[in-house]
Write a protein that binds this ligand. Sequence first.
Ligand code: AMP
Ligand code: ZN
Length: 491
Amino acid sequence: MDKKLYLYNTASRQKELFVPLHEEVGMYCCGPTVYNYAHIGNLRSYIFEDVVKRLLQSLGYKVKHVMNITDVGHLTSDADTGDDKMEKGAAREGKSVWDIAAFYTDVFKRNMRDLNISEPSLWVKATDHLPQMLEMIRELERKGFTYKTSDGLYFDTAKFPSYGDFARLDIENLQAGSRVDMGEKRRVTDFALWKFSPADKKRQMEWDSPWGKGFPGWHIECSAMSLAYLPQPIDIHCGGQDHVRVHHTNEIAQAEAATGKRFVKYWLHGEFLVIDNGKMAKSGEGFVTLDSVTKEGIAPLAYRMFCYTAHYRSPLMFSWDGLRAAAQGLANMKKLIAADALAAAGKAADEGIVDTLLRPFWEALCDDCNMPLAMGSLWNVLHDKTISAAEKCRAIERADSILALDLLKHYEAALNIQTINTGHVRYELVSKKAVDPATSEKIMGLISARNDAKLRKDYAAADAIRGQLREIGVEVKDLPGGKIQCIVNEK
Ligand code: AMP
Ligand code: ZN
């Protein structure tokens, strides 16, 4: 790894050099509660997490990315009072909780695809993991961290002395100034591990437990599911900044009390998308979904571009004008690239030059994912008339593996790019005009023969075949990732 990555760790309130604990980097991201559409504020958090993941992958790390789907237990109040958001959503729509969960999970996954947010390695659904949650609660009970009230089993935060450290909480003051109804809770910060089903109401989702029929608290879901799939300490845990004070503070308390080990090494939190200085929230006005963006004739990826106008740790003010300006910026960028792509067809880029061009881009990203700076450096490349079209295009191609803005779609449309997968070799034909079938077949035969020669380590034969390809006007380039590019020059 020749590039050093620095990430801001909420735990230390500092940028830290990223040194993973495991060969495969474990990354857990708090996923959606599927009782309603995700708003574009939620999606801002998932875009920032996707950039971090793509950056890690570009730097050569293998990443195991786990994301949960909360389909039970997230109450409308952080103080463990109020309704279960899922049951409330089901009542609102006159459907079952299971139907609501399935519907909004599908919509969420569609939003992710539309925004080019790559799928996690593993989706984990809360209702599929009751045994893991019950086991963690039992362990907490065995170790003396719980107490029972008439409405549930609670985590006793007084027994976990470092409880307030992560969020820098002043617990004494919180306790003194607490205006929330504490019920039978001993301390304002105590939270439910297991809630009992109300005696007077039949819940749609409930399970038996050693303490009584009920359902898990929201926080235990993430502690139990993350540790079920990722080795402890988990390398990276992400979420929106609202999770610092309660959800992640509680996740740490449960996981560390149950296991006696550190839970997570790097905590990353994204700032909010705001409207008129308030947070965009599912319950508030001005709730904008990705569907409402497309209804305005704005492509989802313009929203991804819009997110890059602010650092992920700065609030981003949403406005339709701002979003339209980002859409225009994206269109301008693609237009410039398409022009370069036409000029570059048939010319191979010098990868060393491209490395130099992209140095500021990588430096900005490796400094805690500074996206506005990274985008600025890319505009500089595009506007620089001294850089050849081939090198510009290649630089954009490599940058887009992080940006995921489909910057080369124009390029692919402007040229004829045909990707061919023969089973053991993957290559693309790049040409200004369509390649006729006989030439295409001839190229395929030669590429296969060259590949076989390379596998036999017969490099002289492989070079001779490269020469034969050149004779018919085809320049061969080995791209990173094993793909071969064949640039078919016009005769
Ligand atoms: P939820 O579905 O409410 O659990 O939220 C899903 C994710 O979106 C969490 O990581 C939240 O922290 C994050 N989030 C909620 N509101 C916003 C907002 N206005 N801007 C950015 N992220 C948000
Ligand atoms: Zn979570």
